[in-house]
Design a protein around this ligand. Structure first.
Ligand SMILES: N[C@@H](CCC(=O)N[C@@H](CS)C(=O)NCC(=O)O)C(=O)O
Length: 218
């Protein structure tokens, strides 16, 4: 098996894939792509050839000679290719749909609005200050978290969906990390906070933390 993950320590989308790889017990090589230095390595030709979206993560599976983008499709690919390890989606179609909805509340409706290039555009096109940019990111995060908190009231157990880890938890923990960077007070979201803490008890989540990556900058 030769899996290569191109990513950045603080990228929440890369963080999702790291958690999934760890939960599934898959070894991989990690190739850092610096998102900030010199205008960002994601914007250089070498990387664009690999992933035209100019976003991380990218997964290369050398065994299959394939290159994959989009964290959620990477995670589902790994889940389906390695069905014998921890499954990240329930087997019942309705439950799978509910888990995917939770994951998408975060991966589609929150994270993209506060992505680096969007925040940079707010500054360059609309003259937003750093303070305004952080307030923007915090506001959209809080709106998304309010949705998730309500869903968790009926769906959560120890984790986002009952008592098994799913792709919803894989998305929640990196979004909590982002929320803290944007000074969002998690006291407003007690279930999110508690489930985040429950996930963090697991070694797979601890090893995936941004500060534990080789490219982490203090
Ligand atoms: N939907 C994509 C989102 C990827 C994404 O937004 N990546 C961010 C880091 S979390 C990125 O590469 N940003 C670079 C930039 O904005 O220039 C996925 O899930 O893979």
């Amino acid at each position: 098996m030769a899996l290569k993950l191109y990513g950045y320590w603080r990228s929440s989308a890369t963080y999702r894939v790291r958690i999934a790889l760890n939960l599934k017990g898959l070894a991989y090589d990690y190739i850092p792509v610096h998102l900030v230095k010199d205008g960002g390595e994601q914007n250089k030709e070498d990387y664009i050839r690999l992933n035209p979206s100019q976003l991380v993560p990218t997964l290369v599976d050398d065994d299959e000679d394939i290159i994959l983008s989009q964290s959620m499709s990477i995670i589902e690919y790994l889940d389906e290719k390695y069905p014998d390890s921890t499954s990240l989606l329930p087997s019942h179609p309705l439950e799978r749909a509910r888990v995917r909805a939770l994951a998408m509340d975060l991966a589609c409706d929150v994270q993209p609005i506060a992505n680096l290039r969007v925040l940079n555009a707010l500054k360059s096109q609309f003259d937003a200050s750093q303070e305004q940019v952080v307030a923007w990111a915090a506001d959209w995060t809080k709106r998304g978290f309010a949705t998730i908190e309500k869903r968790l009231q009926t769906q959560a157990g120890k984790y986002c969906f009952g008592f098994d880890i799913t792709v919803a938890d894989v998305c929640l923990v990196p979004q909590i990390y982002n929320a803290k960077r944007f000074n969002v007070d998690l006291a407003e979201f007690p279930l999110i906070k508690k489930i985040g803490e429950n996930c963090e008890e697991m070694e797979a989540f601890q090893r995936a933390r941004p500060e534990n990556q080789p490219d982490a900058q203090q």
